[in-house]
Design a binder for this molecule. Sequence first.
Ligand SMILES: NC(=O)c1ccc[n+]([C@@H]2O[C@H](COP(=O)([O-])OP(=O)(O)OC[C@H]3O[C@@H](n4cnc5c(N)ncnc54)[C@H](O)[C@@H]3O)[C@@H](O)[C@H]2O)c1
Ligand SMILES: [Zn+2]
Ligand SMILES: [Zn+2]
Length: 365
Amino acid sequence: MEALAAVSHETGKMGIEKIDVAEPKTGEIAVKMVACGVCHTDAAGLHQIFPVPFPAVYGHEGVGIVDKVGDNVTNVAVGDRVVMTFPSCGVCPSCVDGHPYACDRMLELFWGGRLPDGTTPYSQDGVPVSTFFGQGSFSTYTVVQARNVVKVDIDSDEELANLCSLGCGVQTGVGAVLHGLKAEPHGSIAVFGAGGVGMAAIMGAKLAGCYPIIAVDVVPSRLELAKEIGATHTVNGKEVDAVEEIRKITNGGAHYSVESSAVPALTLQALDCLRKRGKACQVSVTGPATIELPIEPLILSKNVTYFGLAEGASNPPVFIPELVAYYKQGRLPVDKLVTLYDFKDIDKAFEDSHTGVAIKPILVF
Ligand SMILES: NC(=O)c1ccc[n+]([C@@H]2O[C@H](COP(=O)([O-])OP(=O)(O)OC[C@H]3O[C@@H](n4cnc5c(N)ncnc54)[C@H](O)[C@@H]3O)[C@@H](O)[C@H]2O)c1
Ligand SMILES: [Zn+2]
Ligand SMILES: [Zn+2]
């Protein structure tokens, strides 16, 4: 099968080119793509923050319609509308235990450009082309592991396009609050970075019944929208000392914080803004350099918890249908984050994500 994909042959550049897509093998499905979200992690891939072998097709928030199924596929059938999500091996202890986000092969399957069996469905003139997060969904057609997708009960392609980021950014943000922090009602929370992931964390905080919900960003329009979707307070980190402001709003410090800005210095702020027994969850990918955290001799007196979390500790076949239900009830207004772009305008979508014009650019095929 031939498809059109955004192929990257060098750091920072993509062009729409023809690729060949192999037939689905055992346990795999072919998907005719409807739309794909742009997540900050695609930009990290494009800029080779972690090396993905060239040539490569990025994209890991795809939605589409199942076109073919390989042998031994039982979770979806031809014609189903699906949300694609992150890959996992399915056989390591974490996968078997229902925690595929902590798969032993996670980094390799996210960034290594190959499916778990070491192959890629993509090629150009017989030369293998990398996929990304087992999806490579900046393509009109793809082949993925069936366990990488979740069937969703949605009636139209237009509506399906709104749900692209359920497979990554939304489950990451909502899951950070519900599964990672296990936020309790009335707990105070500060979310650093009101991008696609941070906005989802704010929605998650509202679902959990948190108060106050404080959004920290440097783009005024994002802070405005944060208020619309659930933030009770906003802090512009460019104008004020965010930690001091959060301490004021929360009477001494937040119970919870989420770092989703990917600005390394904000990791420290996400810790500093906590009250005693507070918990900070790092979801952003700050790059290969190590962030140094000063640990005081009496750190024990603070009794705080700091942890990193992949994909919102999501078990997608369980969590994605829950998120769809929240969306249908109007309690997860992800459509408010969406700006649609024609697939050919992918560079513009990346640029608008980078400059803050668009929170969740969605490429439509
Ligand atoms: N843990 C995971 O599994 C997972 C999943 C998806 C994305 N991510 C990562 O999460 C991060 C966020 O992704 P995204 O798609 O929401 O990115 P994004 O670029 O949409 O959001 C980042 C936000 O941070 C804000 N920001 C920038 N500088 C700031 C500052 N100094 N103070 C406050 N805010 C500032 C930006 O204005 C923007 O709104 C990225 O690092 C991405 O790679 C992680
Ligand atoms: Zn695994
Ligand atoms: Zn992502």
